[in-house]
Design a protein around this ligand. Structure first.
Ligand SMILES: [Zn+2]
Length: 196
């Protein structure tokens, strides 16, 4: 399952990428072009604008109710029945939504701080923006957050007002079962901060 998040859901889109979900980010207004792009690319449209739900659209649109990003992640996973594969976590560039590739330690050297080069052995690189990722200490914090969120979902938490039927429009979605041979847990905190 692929997503297209509108510009009010920038942080959510980055977290979905951490989970290994192909999530494009729409920087313009959530208008007809937004839905056309979702349809063209076969993506579930994620929005916080209720008027988007009223528009004609042959695909799936989810109105995200939650304000906090942690709640938004749980909401998307629960409502669309997405089952994240831990093997796919940290395999996508948080900036570009592109699958990370291999890079040797030597080739990564000029792109990472000295202390990272000295202390880390494995690196991955984004083929689009050339950012280098490595398994930093911040990954544990992200994993802690994900475990908390996924546990919430596993416990069968319900939507706050049971309005999923009104928030989702479109046909049923298949269960999400990604299989990514490049699965590699990398995380760089700086990539999570800053702009949405
Ligand atoms: Zn990138």
């Amino acid at each position: 399952m692929k997503f297209l998040a509108d510009r009010s859901l920038g942080r959510l889109s980055r977290w979905l990428r951490i989970l290994g979900c192909d999530t494009a980010y729409w920087r313009a207004g959530a208008d007809r072009a937004f839905l056309r792009a979702a349809e063209r690319e076969g993506r579930v449209a994620l929005t916080r604008r209720k008027d988007v739900l009223a528009r004609q659209h042959p695909g799936v649109v989810l109105f995200v109710e939650s304000d906090r990003v942690e709640d938004q992640i749980a909401e998307v996973l629960r409502t669309l029945n997405v089952k994240p594969d831990p093997g796919a976590f940290f395999t996508i560039c948080l900036e570009c939504n592109v699958t990370l590739g291999s890079v040797s330690k030597e080739d990564a050297r000029s792109r990472v701080p000295d202390y990272v080069y000295q202390t880390q052995q494995e690196f991955r690189i984004c083929p689009a923006c050339r950012r280098v990722y490595w398994p930093g200490t911040h990954r544990a914090r992200a994993m802690e957050t994900l475990r908390r969120i996924l546990k919430l979902d596993a416990d069968g938490a319900k939507g706050r007002n049971g309005s999923e039927g009104k928030r989702v429009r479109g046909r049923g979605c298949p269960t999400f079962l990604p299989s990514n041979p490049l699965a590699f847990c990398f995380f760089r905190l700086r990539s999570l901060e800053g702009r949405p």
